[in-house]
Design a protein. Sequence first.
Length: 252
Amino acid sequence: MDFALVTGASGGLGEHYARYLARRGNNLIIAARSAERLGELAEELATAHGVRVEPVAVDLATAEGREQLVARAAELGHVHTLVNNAGFATVGEFADVDPARMADEITLNCVTLTLLTRALLPAMIDRRAGAVINIASTAAYQPIPTMAVYAATKAYVLSLTEALWSELRGSGVRAIAVCPGPTETGFFAAAGDDSLMSRRRTPEQVVQSTFRALHRGAPSVIDGAANSIMANLAKRLPSRLVLPVSQRVIRY
Ligand SMILES: NC(=O)c1ccc[n+]([C@@H]2O[C@H](COP(=O)([O-])OP(=O)(O)OC[C@H]3O[C@@H](n4cnc5c(N)ncnc54)[C@H](OP(=O)(O)O)[C@@H]3O)[C@@H](O)[C@H]2O)c1
């Protein structure tokens, strides 16, 4: 049986990717740590759309969790679409952040995303069909003081995914990096300050931007015109100018 796999599907953007894919008739594997929430969502989507939805409760900041998910996916069948969405940020001065949390952030946002892609991509290439959707961020476009590790992880995701997009040309498999700006999910609360960046877009808008850009074959997409202008400006200006603005902007 064929599946789409969505990580971080117990809430926020991942839940909306799962809802979108189920509505379009895809069987799903949904992964996150919150077993109960995943179970409820699986039941709801399976009943509403007549698809199979397999919840897999794992901590993807650990090698064991990642390996468990890959093994379960192999047992279930073939993954044709991978949405590497699970991720988190930390707000705080670099020297004050708990090093264990930093390590988890880098593992989840970068290592897990890379190794899940490495595990599932060869079968997509063999079938000459599939998609890898990696959730980066507009944070990928400039360093962010007080979210330094997070912005660096998302720069990694954008770079990795655009390189992969190029390697995959002509293979029948697509890769895309999705760069949302501030979006209304549990993200800022989980990062430690829900008052930050209060002008937010909706998860539905991000999901729409994702599939539109995937279908036109883009290597990456920034969700929302204003986010796109800001990110492209930041990329072109010297760091000395961008850094003080970047440090202030996250307070609004
Ligand atoms: N919201 C924004 O403003 C924004 C902007 C740009 C990019 N993004 C990116 O969008 C992605 C989704 O974030 P979101 O906004 O939807 O945030 P969210 O509401 O906090 O959701 C994060 C999801 O990741 C899961 N997750 C967190 N740690 C995990 C772990 N160790 N193992 C497995 N699953 C884990 C969470 O589930 P459990 O807690 O159940 O594990 C949850 O389902 C992230 O990669 C984030 O960096 C978000």
